[in-house]
Write a protein that binds this ligand. Structure first.
Ligand SMILES: [Zn+2]
Length: 330
């Protein structure tokens, strides 16, 4: 196996398909990609929302990587939260398209949040509510799929990539390259079972499966296991050896089933010092001499903006498809 850290300048290459798979019954969807000639408008026409379970980030932009203004606030009750969204975007009358990268689980067909533990958000029609409030068409996908889209379009990883977020939950999205998964059933990477670390008898916290990888290695699982928040765990704490074990096995499962060229590990837990290097090394150890698979394993190159840029990219592509926003695909 040959790990390589590749850094590339932002590119605007075409990607044919995106499929989202996450911890939260994310539905697969195809987004038709267009190559495009750049025409940068003089005022922001794109609105993007990274709707997280903890906080909302909103941005306006002339193109996905050219953010003009942005705001962040806590996620509270749905009506109160979308009201704050409206207050921000109402300052920009030239907006044409909205991209929404949301926490889940979300039904991409109906645009509703579904069975989230955040009770007040259950079955909330987030897509139609925002369209009505803002008067903009809203392109919707999951936060993890949007992050994958941004990394594939503007980040350092070209080709087939899997984006895995390790935070409040664990979820993944596979995109582009030779992977054509657009019409497959959605899977849930975060709920795979991986081998137990030696001596680990923690029951796991997934309410559905107990000790799936999310139940063992998400941020809340770390907090419950070690009785302190992950960000307070020292770099030499044994927690990170165990975390390396679980994330490496998750990556290995992804490699063996999807054969991506890149795995990008994002989310708050991945900001722990040295964790990405340890995971990278441990995957090599686990692989041994079996099947020399060329792959890179890295942090998001757009961190911490992958999801927000992904939301703007959703809007950008919707604008390109509709030909109404002054951006013409070539
Ligand atoms: Zn689970």
């Amino acid at each position: 196996m040959n790990f390589e850290l590749c850094r590339r300048t932002a590119n605007l290459r075409a990607i044919s398909d995106i499929v989202a798979v996450s911890t939260a019954n994310i539905r697969a969807a195809t987004i038709t990609m267009k190559t495009r000639a750049e025409h940068i408008p003089s005022q922001p026409i794109l609105a993007g929302i990274e709707a997280g379970g903890t906080s909302f980030r909103c941005a306006v932009a002339t193109k996905p990587t050219q953010i003009v203004d942005q705001v962040s606030f806590a996620t509270t009750q749905p009506q109160e939260t979308v009201q704050r969204v409206q207050e921000f975007f109402s300052r920009f009358p030239g907006l044409k398209h909205l991209g929404l990268a949301t926490f889940g689980p979300v039904d991409l067909d109906t645009g509703r949040i579904t069975d989230t533990p955040k009770n007040s958000w259950q079955h909330f029609p987030i897509q139609s509510s925002l369209e009505r409030l803002l008067g903009l068409p809203c392109a919707l996908h999951t936060d993890v799929a949007a992050a994958a889209l941004a990394e594939a379009t503007y980040g350092s990883a070209a080709g087939a990539l899997v984006y895995i977020t390790v935070g409040t939950g664990i979820g993944g999205a596979a995109i582009g390259g030779h992977l054509d998964l657009a019409h497959t059933r959605p899977t849930e990477m975060g709920h795979l079972y991986v081998p137990r670390a030696i001596g680990d008898d923690f029951a796991g916290i997934c309410p559905y499966h107990g000790d799936c990888v999310e139940g063992l290695a998400s941020g809340p699982a770390l907090a419950a296991r070690w009785h302190q928040p992950p960000e307070e765990l020292a770099a030499d704490h044994p927690a990170w050896t165990m975390q390396t074990h679980y994330l490496s096995h998750l990556c290995l499962a992804v490699m063996r089933t999807l054969a991506p060229e890149h795995i990008i590990l994002g989310g708050g837990v991945m900001q722990a010092p040295q964790l990405i290097e340890r995971v990278r090394r441990h995957i090599q150890t686990l692989l041994g001499d079996y099947h020399d698979q060329k792959i890179t394993v890295s942090l998001p190159s757009l961190m911490p903006d992958s999801g927000l840029i992904g939301a703007l990219e959703l809007a950008y592509r919707a604008a390109a498809v509709s030909h109404t926003a002054g951006i013409r695909p070539s």
